[in-house]
Ligand binder design. Structure first.
Ligand code: MN
Length: 481
């Protein structure tokens, strides 16, 4: 299934026909793209897996993906920062950034079942238990107080013990023993399957897939009902059924073209300490007793690449944000078809602050949109609604709207004592206040009162020639010509 985009006023070619950009289907293809466009930094060999690797990745966050040959001497290289910018994700999809959310939502509601294959590069090499995970894989330690080395960018795949349907999600997995991982499992789909197995006194088979393309990574974060296999969303985004292969120690199907798979099972009734771990709000998630996964095998490509995400880095934030924005946009448009766009801002750790672009057609509507947004996600803490002439991807523009179109006594909404994120350290165990700011101009305001000033031709004049020769120009001479 391929979603063709409509023509836009942008000067890029339309995404249809023979030269249409194609969605990225493999990690290696994406690395080639980054490399040929100056967005992949290849570091020196032997960078230390403890902190040093993350230090480089973080310094280059937002500008370059990073590739580390022989980290701490390990034969498997590590890559980080695959998606360091929102526009990179749109590029991986083969769509314009303005269409990314609706494109993703189409794939989530119209998924494509995967296809089983026997040709699985990810099983070229097989290590079975007993094994020492730290020897087999290069496991980095990221932030200062992290509890130890982590698998932070692995897609955890488990199956519903009753229906057999798969679930895909990302969990932080701390190395706690030679073949043991402590896993944070929040109460969602993996959690539900784990509890079902546990009630029957059974272990739950699991597979952690490391090193996939950006679209498969993104699909794992889709907000879809239980028993919707997120690998089918990846297929829809890639425009082909995703090739999968059966694990060597369980019935789980994993992407056949991935780099590495860690196979294992969650142990029933076992909880052990995991954490702390540097999380998306730029604080540590605490150490506590968590679910435990015992590793039964590792399979990988012969020349495998390990992917790591630095906790709290842009890659971490963007992967969660795009599906959340897509879901919030769909949710809001059900009641407010005149909501044009939404954005979870980087300053709000791409979870807590939502900017909404509204083509207001009723007085008071801004506040209704604020209340609607809070009903769409308990993580949201502050919502700002602006008019369609404000660029919601530019925080300075949103601040301008607040500065000139908002009055605290009229346009502020506060909801006390409501459910928020447990990772916001300023609330009380997940209970805190919501604040909405309606920064839209009054519906019936006189036209000139809120008309933005504009210099005719500002967007059209070509300044590139003057920018190129702006040093060493003899201005006195130029005036005499
Ligand atoms: Mn799910």
């Amino acid at each position: 299934m391929i979603h063709l985009r409509a023509m836009t006023k942008h000067d890029r070619p339309p995404h249809s026909g023979h030269n249409a950009p194609q969605p990225v289907r493999a990690l290696r293809e994406w690395l080639d793209r980054l490399s040929t466009t100056g967005r992949l930094a290849v570091l020196r060999p032997n960078v230390d897996l403890k902190f040093e690797l993350s230090a480089y990745a973080k310094r280059l966050d937002g500008r370059r993906a990073t590739l580390f040959p022989k980290p701490s001497g390990h034969p498997i290289p590590v890559v980080s920062g695959l998606i360091s910018d929102r526009a990179w994700m749109a590029e991986a999809m083969g769509v314009d950034p303005a269409e990314m959310l609706t494109h993703f939502q189409h794939a989530a509601t119209d998924p494509l079942p995967w296809q089983e294959t026997r040709e699985a590069p990810v099983q070229e090499a097989v290590h079975r238990a007993p094994l020492d995970l730290a020897k087999v894989l290069p496991l980095p330690t990221h932030n200062e107080h992290d509890g130890g080395p982590y698998i932070s960018a692995g897609l955890m795949i488990v199956r519903n013990p009753r229906t057999g349907k798969q679930n895909v999600s990302i969990h932080r997995c701390q190395l706690t023993g030679p073949n043991r991982l402590g896993v944070l499992v929040l109460p969602r789909h993996t959690f539900a399957f784990h509890r079902m197995a546990e009630e029957a006194g059974q272990p739950l088979d699991a597979a952690i897939v490391i090193g996939v393309d950006p679209l498969t990574l993104l699909s794992s974060q889709a907000i879809v009902p239980i028993d919707h296999d997120e690998l089918e969303i990846a297929g829809a985004l890639q425009g082909r059924p995703l090739p999968v292969v059966k694990c060597v120690t369980s019935d789980i199907r994993v992407p056949a073209e991935a780099e590495i798979v860690v196979e294992g099972r969650f142990l029933p009734g076992v909880r052990e300490p995991e954490g702390p771990f540097g999380e998306f709000p730029q604080y540590y998630g605490p150490r506590a007793n968590r679910e435990v996964m015992e590793v039964t095998a590792v399979t990988h490509r012969k020349d495998a690449i390990f992917h790591t995400m630095v906790g709290g880095g842009l890659e971490h934030l963007i992967l969660g944000a795009v599906p959340k924005e897509a879901t919030l946009l769909t949710h809001l448009r059900r009641n407010f078809p005149n909501v044009l766009d939404v954005h979870l801002s980087p300053g709000g750790v791409m979870r807590f602050h939502l900017y909404v672009k509204l083509r207001k057609d009723q007085e008071g509507q801004g506040k209704n949109v604020i209340l609607g947004a809070f009903a769409g996600s308990f993580d949201l803490k502050h919502v700002i609604v602006v008019d369609e002439d404000v660029d919601i991807h530019n925080p300075q523009e949103v601040e301008w709207a607040v500065a000139t179109r908002f009055q605290a006594d009229r346009d502020l909404v506060i909801v006390p004592e409501s459910q928020g994120s447990k990772l916001d350290p300023s609330n009380r165990d997940g209970v805190g206040a919501k604040m909405g700011m309606d920064a839209t101009k009054p519906y019936a305001a006189p036209e000139m009162t809120f008309k933005r000033i504009r210099v005719p031709g500002e967007d059209e004049v070509d300044v590139s020639e003057f920018l190129k020769r702006d040093t060493g120009v003899d201005w006195r001479k130029a005036l005499k010509q």
